[in-house]
Structure formats: structure tokens, C-alpha cells
Write a protein that binds this ligand. Sequence first.
Ligand code: PMP
Length: 337
Amino acid sequence: MNRRVLPGILDAIGHTHLVELGGLLPHFSSRVFAKLEAFNPGGSVKDRSALGMLIGRIRNGELIPGRSTVVESSSGNLAIGIAQICRYYGIDFICVVDPKTTPQNLAILRAYQVTVEMITQVDPETGAYLPMRLKRVRELVAATPGAYWPNQYANPLNPRAHQQTMREIVEALDGKVDYLLASTGTGGTMTGCAQYIRDHGLSTTLVGVDALGSVLFGGVSGPRLLPGHGAAIRPALFDPTLADEVVITSDLECVVGCRTLTRREAILAGGSSGAVVAALGKLADRVPPGSNVAMIFPDRGDRYLDTIYSDDWVRAHFGEVSHLWKEPEHTVAVEAC
Ligand code: PMP
């Protein structure tokens, strides 16, 4: 038990718990672990990216309280991570969001006194909000003195922050990480883990877990219900060849993964955690016995109570599917959809 006094809230970022999931796949002959990024103070893996992209500039005086403004496009976890850091240092933050941002996330941003800019038009070419959000970010940066755009999609400090995520997993498992499952949005998490694996000569099989309807691994852009993972545009820093294997999961599989996780492990996690659980279900037969399998769970389920954990929402989108996670055999449940 860690009884240290931390100098401030930002020191609570990282060193999240790695928890063994002994009951997730009952007949699996390998050990399964989950890195619970919900334990970051902002509630997600993106606290690490936010800190990684900002702290150097704050320390070297490029970002100055009362004079600088951070501008970023994010509708969720990164926005909350940046909001927390900007509030801590007294730096203004303008966050460009779109109507898909949940009311809860907007409320959190307002609580951190973030200036929220809502984009309401989709890009006529792609039908997505993202290009319009990025256009607005560029306008704001040009118009705001002392503005800085971290640009999570192209900033190498985003993936670099996740080398530490992998380091923590490797150290906790005494160097034996046979599989690592990471979901992808900007690709920062997966890329940083891949860099650590390469730099330390590890034999870990890196599994990228992407959303159906995302273009990251060459898929066709399509509708996605759950925020966080998947992307309509492949970011500049994203290299699909870093993944040794790729598993694509549907929204329904994310829901089944999340509900199964809560049922079997009492962990209330977000949609992309459900995605990696579903991916493990698809992969399990091919994992050699005795392996250590680590998964990164990017955020908590509290932010999905109106969607993944709402029976009405699930029924409205997928019909009566609760048998998929109420089955006694979890592996059957995850693979059935
Ligand atoms: N899951 C959730 C819930 C997220 O918010 C994100 C970040 N958008 C991801 C997964 C993907 O992380 P990354 O951007 O590092 O690829």
C-alpha cells in the first residue's frame, strides 16, 4: 500500500494498478492482467498524454500562467486531462468539442473552468466533425496571443508518454509480458508501448484493438456509437505496422465485453476496455498456455452509464441481447456477437 504524500494532484498521474483478472476467462490457461488507467486522477489513460505534451513547456517557461492559452480538439478524456493540468497551473484552456461530447464531459470541463467551443457542422466531404474541429483549432490558435496547440494527433510527446505505461506493466510482471492488448484512437498508447517493446528488445506480441468503422488499420470509415477509440482519419503519427496483430471490435462487442467484465470481475470500465476484453475473447484460442496477457483499460465506466450500462440504450441499439453476458461461459458470450 502506497502511503506517500504527493506534492500535488499531477503527481498522481501514472503508476496505475495492474490487476489480475482470474475469473474473466475461466478455462484459459494463461494469466490475464488489466492496467486500470481509470486510477489516473482525470480518470483515464489520457492524463499521461496531456502531462507528456504540456509539462516540458510549462517547466521551461514557454507556457505561462495568465498569459498562455492551450487550444485543443478533444471531446473526452484528453480534454479532461488537459483541463486538470491547465487548472493546476492557472493556464487558460479552450477546448473545441462537437455535439457528440456527452453532457457529463461538458459539465466536467466547465467545472475545471475550461472555455468550451462547440462545433455544430460536419465536414461536407467526410461527414465527420473532426476536420471542422481541427479547422476551428487552427483559427483559434491564429487569433489568440500566446496560444499553444498540443495536437495529440501529431505530437510525438503523446506516444512517448506511454512508454512509461508499458514500463510499468513490464516491471510489474518481472519482464514477462507475452501479449499486450491496446485500443487505438490517436494511436499514442499503442505507439508508446511499441517503442518501449522495441527499445528493450522484448518479445511481446502487440495487439492493436480498433473499432469497426475506424480507418486506422485500413478499414472503411463508418458509424461508431462509442467514443474514445477508433478514428475517422488516420493521424500523422499512426503506424499500423507497429501492431503484430489487429483485432476489430463492433460496438455490440464492446458492450458485451464491458458487461461481462463487470459481471465477472466487478470492474466498471469504459467502452474501449470492453473492446480489449472482446479482443481477448477472439484471440484466446491462439495464446500459448502459460502466457502473461496484459490489457490496457483506458477509462472508467461511470462516463458510460447512459450508454453501455443503460439497458434502454442497449435495447434501442441492439435489441434484446442481455443473454450475451448472462451466459455462464464468458468465452461463448464474447464470441457470440
Ligand atoms: N479509449 C478511450 C476511452 C480513449 O479516450 C482513448 C483516447 N481517445 C483511447 C482509447 C485511445 O487512446 P490513444 O489515443 O492513445 O490511441
